[in-house]
Design a protein around this ligand. Structure first.
Ligand code: 2SA
Ligand code: GDP
Ligand code: MG
Length: 455
């Protein structure tokens, strides 16, 4: 299996003969408001593409999810950063990073992330804005996340235990606490007391009393002071930037197959990582949204429970996991691995209307003698299933029809031109394009910034 040592350069603006290269054309032709979204069950490598594209955008914005996300990127010196709440544009000094209203924000986590970035020489001052409408995710949400998972016993979801579901529950039930509430410390204790009392009455093991509230309120008074310079009406900021013709890149967390509506419910996250989540999570109009790039791994991974039709169990799955270093960026959990699932990818493209795809981690398949491609779903009686099943039982019972393609058995991690890829690798990419009907414009051949082929 080929090694995955990151290389360090950023994409060169000029090709060897001095003409602008394909990469810059691809990036510069992206629309004023563009987005990068996950096509599978997360960890497709969205962070890497966002970091690369961010060099050509004024703002990078997150619109949903929270610190459940784990986006791994490398700076120009090859130093690794794992981001959770801070958008992956942060390594580009000119980029403003926006945490939109649809994000759930755990302040201790955010501050820790900012401190970590600053101690590694990344300046965050004046470069991160947090929406005054975003909901605050408290430590107790994380505790509740764990308690709910324990209650579910064998049917646990496999959440990241970062409190995401419980925080969005409070938002939807309408007793959540928002960033703007930090400006009203007179009513803040009462709101927090209601939430904590509610948890204490629901979960017997949850200890709660006046001392706990007092401590938490004191902590949040300090947090409120520290957060103040970051707080903004990001709806206004983003819309004004759009009027001023600035370029905005939206960074999706998780992915469509984990979407609360379109994913494999209930084994999903609690937000909308699909196109619709961009408008509700940032407060921008659908008509300003332009290109959406779907990020899809050359195989499939999933962390947590739930249906996974093309999963490879046993040794084959272990091989892919180690070749691709498939371990959770946030929790370190081993990711389940399987073949690329075209039926799920088509469903995802239908929902999001991608203008192009970024096929990532093609290098990871380099040692395989042959590659399987899940091309369709069939019922047990052999009839083809036309749409992605909503029903978990249908998903568990279906059969996947596979095509077998030849492997290339060559290290491709230093290839930078599409025409230099081995024929079998090009065949694999082109078969995917043909089946899905969306062009692949970017191909990842390593984790580093320059390990990208523009097609
Ligand atoms: P949650 O915590 O409520 O959002 O979990 C619900 C489901 O969503 C999945 N989920 C993820 N899947 C892949 N990657 C995620 N981020 C981390 C990463 C995950 C990690 O980048 O590696 O470190 O484990 C992510 N976040 C949520 C989760 O596994 C549940 O299936
Ligand atoms: P995200 O959540 O979609 O941003 O993805 P993660 O960062 O959680 O996981 C993707 C992992 O794959 C990270 O460790 C990346 O550094 C790495 N990665 C991204 N693209 C490539 C690629 O093309 N090849 C290889 N080998 N690794 C990649
Ligand atoms: Mg991730």
């Amino acid at each position: 299996v080929c090694s995955v040592k990151p290389s360090i350069a950023t994409p060169s603006p000029l090709s060897v003969d001095g003409s602008p290269n394909q990469g810059i054309n691809r990036i510069e032709s992206l629309t004023q408001v563009s987005g990068v979204l996950g096509c599978q069950w997360g960890d497709e490598g969205k962070g890497k593409l966002v970091d690369i594209l961010a060099q050509h955008f004024d703002i990078v914005a997150r619109c949903q999810g929270g610190a459940n996300a784990g986006h791994t990127i490398y700076n120009a010196e090859g130093k690794k950063f794992a981001l959770h709440l801070v958008p992956s544009g942060i390594l580009n000094e000119e980029t403003l990073c926006v945490i939109g209203n649809g994000v759930v924000v755990h302040l201790p986590g955010l501050f820790k992330e900012i401190d970590g970035l600053q101690s590694n020489g990344v300046s965050c001052k004046g470069r991160i804005l947090v929406s005054d409408r975003a909901h605050l995710l408290f430590d107790f949400h994380q505790v509740v996340d764990g308690l709910r998972e324990s209650e579910l016993a064998k049917s646990f979801i496999g959440t990241t235990k970062r409190g995401i579901g419980p925080c969005y529950s409070n938002k939807v039930i309408r007793n959540g606490i928002r960033v703007s509430d930090l400006r009203h410390m007179d009513t803040f204790p009462q709101k927090l007391d209601l939430l904590l009392s509610d948890v204490a009455s629901r979960f017997r093991g949850f200890e709660y009393g006046p001392h706990v509230l007092k401590e938490e309120v004191e902590k949040y008074k300090r947090f409120a002071e520290r957060l103040e310079p970051f707080i903004a009406d990001t709806v206004l900021v983003v819309n004004e930037a759009i009027s001023e013709k600035k370029k905005i890149l939206v960074e999706g967390g998780q992915a469509t197959m984990l979407d609360i509506d379109f994913g494999t419910y209930p084994f999903v996250t609690s937000s909308s990582p699909s196109a619709g989540g961009i408008c509700t999570g940032l407060g921008i109009a659908p008509r300003v949204l332009g290109d959406l790039v779907g990020v899809v791994k050359a195989y499939t991974t999933r962390v947590g429970s739930g249906p996974f039709p093309t999963e490879i169990l046993g040794h084959g799955g272990d091989l892919l996991r180690f070749a691709g270093q498939e371990f959770g960026t946030t929790t370190g959990r081993p990711r389940r691995c399987g073949w690329l699932d075209i039926a799920a990818l088509k469903y995802c493209c239908q929902i999001n209307g991608f203008s192009s795809l970024n096929l990532t981690k093609l290098d990871v398949l380099s040692d395989l003698p042959e590659i399987q491609l899940g091309v369709a779903y069939k019922q047990i009686d052999g009839t083809q299933i036309k749409s992605f099943p909503a029903d978990l039982r249908d998903l568990e019972q279906l059969k996947v029809e596979y095509e077998v393609l030849p492997g290339w058995k060559t290290d491709i991690s230093s290839v930078r031109n599409y025409s230099d890829l081995p024929k079998a690798a090009r065949q694999y990419v082109e078969r995917i394009e043909e089946l899905v009907g969306v062009p692949v414009h970017y191909i990842g051949v390593g984790p580093g910034r320059d390990a990208l082929i523009y097609k």
